[in-house]
Design a protein around this ligand. Structure first.
Ligand SMILES: Nc1ncnc2c1ncn2[C@@H]1O[C@H](COP(=O)(O)OP(=O)(O)OP(=O)(O)O)[C@@H](O)[C@H]1O
Ligand SMILES: [Mg+2]
Length: 296
């Protein structure tokens, strides 16, 4: 373990132990922090995250999206917004967290990604303290915090998944997407046995196809990894999704009666009906501890 990592751990421990006015002031969070991932790229994670978040918001849940795709952050593009600020500004101390949260269509709140956001892993103690203070403010802001990640398993994505402890794996019915989804689950599982996985089948042409797709992954996971993976449901393959992307408007808003939107709403109800590991989550503070605590 490097000195830097040890210093960070000590810092977090101190902050947890000491009843400083700051920690007293920090709002308690029950926010469920969820990463959205996939093995194969381009399966629809970003569109799923955005429209799923909008549905949660519509049902009265305060929902925040954080674009954590460090390579190709683009959730703002899907909303037709040119993000002026991103997490990098927070890390550099140029902006406060409230200045970073932007409002998109339908009133959805989001923080845009920045390609240098993992500079956070190389901060000084002081900078880390300031960063965590700022980000803890998110705790009081949301019921759900959704991280849209890049495809595949980069070191950074793995850190986010492990820190959140709950991940939605998006796949399509294509065999290549299915095998890559399984490979991702297997890799995460090897590193972090505590992570909970949920499956979403995007671009399904029928409920039957979606179920068959999810069952394939669930079966191999049960047999070879000894885990039960719940499926949340599916989003229909629908040309209106592509049209909505071109119009830079979430499909839930642009085409609320489309097959994709209708299936998404059913999916959200199923998701909300499933038991969660929220108790285990522990909110943003634990998330940060897990994120920063395992970076070296
Ligand atoms: N349900 C759907 N029906 C039809 N087309 C879809 C659907 N979902 C996504 N797509 C198409 O797939 C494209 C890629 O979607 P998206 O950008 O959300 O994928 P991604 O997984 O986030 O990609 P990346 O891995 O590059 O981050 C969309 O632009 C759209 O054309
Ligand atoms: Mg994406």
């Amino acid at each position: 373990m490097s000195d830097q990592a040890q210093k960070l751990r000590n810092l977090i421990r101190q902050r947890e132990g000491a009843a400083t006015p700051l920690s007293e002031a920090a709002p308690q969070s029950n926010a469920r922090i969820i990463t959205v991932t996939s093995g194969k790229g381009g399966v629809g994670k970003s569109n799923f995250t955005l429209n799923f978040a909008l549905c949660l918001l519509e049902r009265g849940y305060r929902t925040l999206i954080i674009d954590a795709d460090i390579g190709f952050a683009n959730i703002d593009v899907l909303m037709g917004i040119t993000a002026q600020t991103n997490l990098l500004h927070l890390i550099k101390g140029e902006k406060t967290i409230s200045e970073l949260v932007q409002t998109g269509p339908g009133g959805i709140q989001f923080i845009a990604g920045g390609s240098g956001m993992f500079d956070l892993l190389r901060l000084t103690d002081e900078e880390t303290a300031s960063f965590t203070n700022q980000i803890e403010e998110l705790c009081g802001m949301a019921d759900f915090i959704l991280f849209d990640t890049g495809a595949g398993l980069s070191k950074e994505t793995q850190q986010f998944i492990a820190a959140a402890q709950e991940t939605i794996v998006v796949t399509t019915p294509e065999p290549t997407a299915i095998t890559d989804a399984y490979a991702l689950i297997k890799m995460v599982r090897n590193e972090d046995p505590d992570v909970t996985f949920r499956l979403v089948v995007n671009r399904a042409t029928s409920t039957r196809e979606a179920k068959a797709t999810a069952d394939k992954i669930r079966m191999v996971a049960r047999r070879f990894l000894d885990i039960e993976i719940a499926s949340i449901g599916h989003v229909e393959d629908d040309h209106l999704v592509s049209r909505a992307v071109k119009e830079q408007t979430p499909f839930i808003i642009a085409y609320p009666h489309s097959a994709a939107a209708r299936s998404m709403k059913v999916l959200v109800d199923q998701f909300l009906g499933q038991p969660s590991k929220a108790d285990l989550g522990g909110g943003m503070k634990k998330f940060l501890k897990r994120l920063i605590g395992r970076t070296h």
